[in-house]
Design a protein around this ligand. Structure first.
Ligand SMILES: *Cc1c(COP(=O)(O)O)cnc(C)c1O
Length: 361
């Protein structure tokens, strides 16, 4: 299987071809059982083995300490916006949130329904083109936790060094950059991510939670919204998204076969550099994020006019570059270059950009 398109979709996003192949095989016949992955019991030993192996691989790849549990939940990152405060924020507590864009804002909205929120810093005034610097962050005394969005998918900004939240646990929405770079899991209390950007298809959300934080929900918390339910039942309290978990397993296998996070990060750096070099050396293209806050996953940029942007997009589509339209709230172009986009995809896009500039300057 060799595709003639490069997929720059922001999410759901590109997946490795080997993952598409092995998943389609498992749809017909999972692990030699003659049963489809969609037909097999989630209580079977085959599926149980798969879930455990998926968690083990993630633990190895991210070097997750034993004191953390790995959960496979549903409801997307958006449900975590509610589950985090439901579990950790009592009505008399305050949570710090750093507002770096649309997804942070959505998380803040949910938390406010549960308890008190302190906006510890925000880059809203600068249209979210940057990540606040440490000196701007005003944390509360004794906060239940501090919440950040590690990569801002829409605005193309990314935390380069994570803030120090002191005694209160750091909670991170890593939906759009999990597994893209080396991070130290023990710096965080909770990491969560919808799978559909860097980890697999939509339908499963990975939650990495320090065990002591899983038992903090009030007694009357609905069962499905309590982290302890899923910790106790090893993500099998109810029927898990079996097909999505299978695909995540295959993505993790692909990462390990590729040489792990170090190799993935190295390639991501090269991919991002190929595009940023053009933005920095051109007066035709202009990047919208501040250089010190730039994302390696999502690169938004503008052309001199909206008319040229339209033409850029339609030429790009004709040449097999898919999904480059910027988010409807900000316009322009956005190149989302998640792990599974090959280096060649970024290099071809860079050539296309230079060529387009030459013809339209
Ligand atoms: C896409 C995205 C979300 C939304 O995820 P769902 O799984 O659709 O709820 C949340 N946060 C970030 C950073 C995202 O990129």
């Amino acid at each position: 299987m060799k595709r003639n398109v490069y997929i720059f979709n922001p999410g759901p996003a590109v997946l490795p071809e080997t993952v598409l192949e092995s998943t389609s095989k498992a749809v017909l016949n999972f692990a030699g059982t003659n049963i489809s992955i969609m037909e097999i019991s989630h209580r079977s030993k085959e599926f149980d083995g798969l879930t455990n192996d998926t968690a083990e691989r993630l633990r190895r790849i991210m070097d997750i300490p034993d004191s953390y549990k790995i959960l496979f939940l549903q409801g997307g990152a958006s449900l975590q916006f509610a589950m985090v405060p439901i579990n950790l924020l009592g009505p008399d507590k305050v949570a710090d949130y750093i507002d770096t864009g649309r997804w942070s804002t959505n998380a803040i909205k949910e938390a406010k329904k549960i308890g008190k929120v302190n906006i510890a810093a925000s880059s809203k005034d600068q249209n979210y083109t940057r990540i606040p610097s440490p000196s701007e962050i005003k944390l509360s005394v004794d906060a239940a936790y501090c919440h950040i969005t590690s990569n801002n998918t829409i605005y193309g900004t990314q935390w380069q060094t994570f803030p120090d939240s002191g005694e209160s646990p750091l909670v991170a929405d890593m939906s759009s950059d999990i597994l893209s770079r080396k991070i130290k899991v023990s710096d965080f209390g909770i990491i969560y991510a919808g799978a559909q950007k860097n980890m697999g298809p939509s339908g499963v959300t990975v939650v990495i939670i320090r065990q002591d934080l899983a038992n903090k929900a009030p007694e009357d918390t609905p069962t499905m919204l309590n982290y302890s339910t899923h910790v106790e039942k090893n993500s099998m309290f109810n029927t898990p998204p079996v097909l999505a978990i299978f695909a995540v397993h295959e993505v993790l296998k692909w990462i390990e076969d590729a040489g792990g996070i170090e190799k993935i990060e190295e390639t991501n750096n090269k991919k991002a550099a190929a595009i940023y070099e053009i933005l920095d050396s051109s007066d035709f293209y202009s990047g919208t994020a501040e250089p010190a806050s730039r994302s390696k996953m999502n690169i938004p940029f503008r052309l001199p006019s909206e008319k040229l942007e339209q033409e850029f997009l339609s030429n790009a589509t004709n040449q097999g570059f898919v999904g480059l339209k910027g988010h409807r709230s900000v316009g322009g172009i956005r190149a989302s270059m998640y792990n599974a986009l090959p280096l060649e995809g970024a290099e071809r896009l860079a050539e296309f950009m230079l060529d387009f500039e030459k013809k339209h300057k």
